[in-house]
Design a protein around this ligand. Structure first.
Ligand code: PMP
Length: 432
């Protein structure tokens, strides 16, 4: 059912925010430009729901852009953070909570024999690339079009997420010499990978990939693509970096590497491992991590790295990620994906629903895109209309065609049904 949205408080706050922040926001996708709306100001989240600053409630599919797998403000996570706060915030020395969270991560993802916490996914990627270059003595890094690895200078070339959303090729301010150290290839294209290694095999330090691209909408790896990356890197003395900032603890407790059976050299993490507080991590083979300062020559540091509150939130979150939860979520999301496809068909629209585990995207495209360039052919105007129609029915989608939807364990059958019904109504309305 359509609802009238109240917007008075938000309008005033938005004016103030606009004067303070570029675009009125502290991260570009929050500006809602890609769906042609003023930015939403969210005041509160609980479970599968968020409330805007005027008190309108929405079923939330942004999920904090990934961390909120347990739902917002999970009581156990809130309590863990509250307790940790009484012990002081950043004490500037190693804290027992860092050891606790790291052991939990390593138990779930054994390829991280040793690791290092950072304060964001971007920092984790930046450090992993520096380490790969130091370990191999090479400079080139391969990435895939449409994948997003944070706002690291060299990784903004043909990046997904906000970069794709704004339709810009990269970023101003990145020196050509730095952009030139990145080789961008089409995802799922084995021949392109082989050609890159045939030409530059001796110069490639690493291939970095999201194992499932989740920043151009969702693009799953085709069969054996990740295995091929593993073999090609190994054959040429390059490292394989899996950027599991989104997929880690999202596709299952062991992340994409467990799901697809791929052993990376290095992994980057973020989002869920901080339970919604600022965190990142990189880790991998012990002998590689031994190159990191102070054991080795690769410098990387952070005043707030391993922050006790983030560690507490992360540990409380990881402690509640039972395999059964993932199975239930995946069954629900399968049902949602089928309902979305059926709704598209009933409305006579070309709709392709991409799903990998609990991650999904409804593309306004006739077929599932195999790579970032194909995803960019999706009809953004239709997505913008769909977004607004869903919002008016109390469902908050990511405000861009090129982002994953993030349902979590708090989305029960009732919420999944509400999303499916809203989609059916919205697509039908758009067909009129
Ligand atoms: N890698 C991936 C795959 C991501 O999705 C993101 C953020 N969306 C990052 C890295 C960067 O993380 P952060 O925003 O925490 O810097």
């Amino acid at each position: 059912m359509r609802q009238a949205l109240i917007a008075t408080q938000q309008a005033a706050l938005r004016d103030r925010a606009q004067k303070l922040f570029p675009g009125g926001v502290n991260s570009p996708v929050r500006a809602f430009l890609a769906v042609g709306r003023a930015p939403l100001l969210l005041g509160r989240g609980e479970g599968a729901y968020v409330w805007d600053a005027d008190g309108n409630r929405y079923v939330d599919l942004i999920g904090g852009w990934g961390p909120a797998i347990l739902g917002h403000a999970h009581p156990a996570v809130v309590e863990a953070v509250r307790r940790a706060a009484f012990d002081g915030f950043a004490l500037g020395a190693t804290h027992p909570r860092e050891v606790d969270l790291a052991e939990r991560i390593r138990a779930a993802m054994p390829s991280l024999e040793r690791l290092r916490f950072t304060s964001s996914g971007t920092e984790a990627v930046m450090a992993a690339i520096r380490l790969a270059r130091a370990a191999t003595g090479r400079d080139l890094v391969v990435k895939f079009g449409g994948a997003y690895h944070g706002h690291v200078d060299s990784m903004l070339v043909e990046a997904g997420s906000g970069v794709a959303t704004l339709g810009i090729p990269g970023s101003a301010g990145v020196p050509a010499a730095i952009a030139g150290t990145t080789l961008v290839l089409p995802f799922n294209d084995v021949a392109a990978v082989d050609e890159a290694f045939a030409r530059h095999g001796q110069e490639i330090a690493a291939v970095i990939t999201e194992p499932v691209i989740a920043n151009a909408g969702v693009i799953a790896p085709q069969q054996h693509f990740l295995e091929h990356l593993r073999k090609a890197t190994r054959d040429h003395g390059a490292l394989l970096i899996l950027d599991e900032v989104i997929t880690g603890f999202r596709l299952g407790p062991g992340g994409a590497q467990a799901r697809f059976g791929i052993q990376p050299d290095l992994t980057t993490l973020g989002k869920i491992i901080g339970g919604g507080l600022p965190v990142g991590a990189y880790g991998g083979r012990a002998e590689l991590m031994a190159l990191v300062a102070p054991e080795g020559p690769v410098y990387q540091a952070g005043t707030l790295s391993g922050h006790p509150l983030a560690m507490a939130a992360g540990a409380a979150t990881l402690a509640r990620l039972a395999p059964g939860n993932y199975a239930t979520l995946e069954t629900r999301v399968e049902r949602l994906a089928a309902a979305l496809s059926a709704a598209g068909k009933a409305a006579g629209r070309d709709v392709a629903v991409a799903r990998c585990g609990p991650l999904l995207t409804l593309f306004f495209l006739a077929e599932l895109p195999p790579n970032g360039a194909a995803a960019l052919r999706a009809d953004r105007d239709l997505y913008a209309r769909f977004f607004t129609a869903m919002l008016e029915r109390g469902v908050l989608l990511p405000p861009s065609q090129f982002e994953a939807w993030f349902p979590g364990f708090a989305h029960g059958d009732a919420e999944i049904d509400a999303i499916a019904t809203a989609a059916r109504e919205s697509l039908a309305e758009m067909a009129r």
